[in-house]
Design a protein around this ligand. Structure first.
Ligand SMILES: O=c1ccn([C@@H]2O[C@H](COP(=O)(O)OP(=O)(O)O[C@H]3O[C@H](CO)[C@@H](O)[C@H](O)[C@H]3O)[C@@H](O)[C@H]2O)c(=O)[nH]1
Length: 266
């Protein structure tokens, strides 16, 4: 049996409550693993994150890049959990875990019916841009314009949420079909980095709307540039991202324009 282990996906603004947050995540990990073993489930996909790499020492970031030097409590919980899972797989050969290290998931389902609707003010870039474009917020704050990047703003590897979902299907197929056990980590990204201002421009093109922004100070914990080498996922899972920046913006805009107030419309 294969279980999807997304239950540990972090919630909320972790920096405000790190101790409680660590406690909840780590306790949750142990409780879930025990419950899975009790039910004879020894294979699962873990939702990890590129934040396990911290400030990249080289680019693009491969799975061989050291982990653990995280810049946020959220990243540390992902790192700690991966370490627990590695030890688990070493100590008990019944377990097979695929850890998918997500880069920056964005976009929406093509139907325009399933999209991102964060509680309160969005923390992440794409939903913020979308809410400015739709007129729900006056302006985007661009965190930092003095990074060593092509335009001074932070560069990330944005990946369409449907590509990400397809990566999970491939990971589940692998788990179903292999006899091998152990811990396997794969980057899920496109391999291409875009800056905050690249994203703003692409969104304006897709939506036909102006996205007002102001350049402000850097946000604590943000790295300058992070993008993936995702060739291992291609080689081992037969997966690679198919959707580019225009599609990410078009699909986000379809969702946001059809649901200006998110799920509150329904
Ligand atoms: O209002 C905003 C929000 C973000 N940014 C910038 O946009 C970029 C992307 O930020 P964000 O969308 O918050 O993503 P990250 O901080 O890169 O973190 C995301 O990507 C990680 C993987 O790398 C995941 O683990 C996290 O869950 C996810 O939030 C960064 O340069 C931010 O400084 C802004 O300028 N203004």
């Amino acid at each position: 049996m294969v279980a999807h282990f997304a239950a540990l996906k972090a919630v909320g603004e972790s920096c405000r409550i790190p101790l409680q947050y660590y406690h909840n995540n780590m306790t949750g990990t142990n409780v879930l693993l025990e419950a899975m073993a009790d039910n004879n489930v020894f294979k699962f996909v873990y939702s990890s994150s590129a934040t396990v790499y911290g400030e990249p020492k080289f680019l693009p970031v491969t799975e061989e890049h050291p982990t653990g030097n995280c810049t946020s409590p959220y990243g540390k919980t992902k790192y700690f959990t991966e370490e627990i899972l590695k030890d688990l797989c070493k100590s008990d050969k019944r377990w097979a875990v695929v850890s998918l290290r997500y880069f920056n998931p964005v976009g929406a389902h093509i139907s325009g019916r399933i999209g991102e609707d964060p509680n309160g003010e969005p923390n992440n870039l794409m939903p913020y841009i979308a809410q400015v474009a739709v007129g729900r917020r006056p302006s985007l704050s661009v965190y930092g314009s003095d990074f060593p990047t092509h335009d001074g703003t932070g560069v990330r590897d944005y990946i369409h949420i449907v590509d990400l979902a397809e990566g999970h299907v491939k990971a589940l197929d692998k788990l179903r079909n292999i006899a091998e056990t152990g811990f396997f980590a794969y980057n899920l990204g496109t391999g291409v980095g875009y800056s905050v201002l690249d994203m703003v421009k692409a969104f304006e093109k897709a939506s036909g709307k102006k996205v007002n922004y102001t350049l402000v100070d850097r946000r604590s914990g943000d790295v300058a540039t992070c993008y993936a080498d995702a060739t291992l996922a291609d080689k081992k899972l037969g997966w690679k991202a198919e959707r580019g920046i225009d599609k990410m913006c078009e699909d986000t805009w379809r969702w946001q324009s059809q649901n200006p107030n998110g799920y509150a419309n329904k």
